[in-house]
Write a protein that binds this ligand. Sequence first.
Ligand SMILES: [Zn+2]
Ligand SMILES: [Zn+2]
Length: 255
Amino acid sequence: MRLVTVRTGTVSLTSERVCAGHYVEAGAVRLLLDCGSGIAHGLARQGLPWRALTHVAITHFHTDHFADFATLAFAWRYGSLTGRTAPLVLVGPQGIGALLDRLIAAFGDWLRDPGFTIDVREIAPGDAIDLGDGTTLRAAKVPHTDESVAYAVERGGRRIVYTGDTGYDPMVAEWARGADVLLCECSLPVEMAIPSHLTPEQCGALAAAALPKHLVLTHFYPPVERLDIRALVGAHYAGPVTLAADGSTFEIEED
Ligand SMILES: [Zn+2]
Ligand SMILES: [Zn+2]
């Protein structure tokens, strides 16, 4: 599998980072995990096959994780001389179908029938979806918004876990245990800590319990970037840590 951190910021826009979105290639599966504003262009900028995505999975309905879905669909419809015909699977927590209906009401009927099928799959915590070609997507509940989930992408005995936005919860660490890559949000300094996001110290504690082979941090608000994140995480967790940049790429060899 291959993971590319397409965009690694939040709603707090800076010249360096915007919103959140991550690309996973797993066999024939080309999956986008979250689709915040700027991700559609981010895919093109990173040279990723935006026209050929097979799946988009949304962790929760905050705009910085979902806003570019209509932009992508419009690009698939009108961004090439020959519009997309291959079906697209849109995965999200309960309510993703109703949210798409509201987008159709706002943007127009072309989004209901963009020339290809949008197969909406609602996933509940604990459920798994077969993405095809031996790849499975699992969801777990995380403390952020009511609907928020984390995702695990599994293929060939390997596992990428993406927390989405989350507060600290030992159950999340337990669920993520042994991941090859734990792609974890790292939002705020401890003096700005809130129950719905993680501090670097909490990322370290989460990783110390989950023991991933590689901890990759993303979703940085500007104040947290003024800290020595690596040292704060390292006080809790001794394994490999990467602070993701836009376009960071991780290869995960399968069995
Ligand atoms: Zn967010
Ligand atoms: Zn959020």
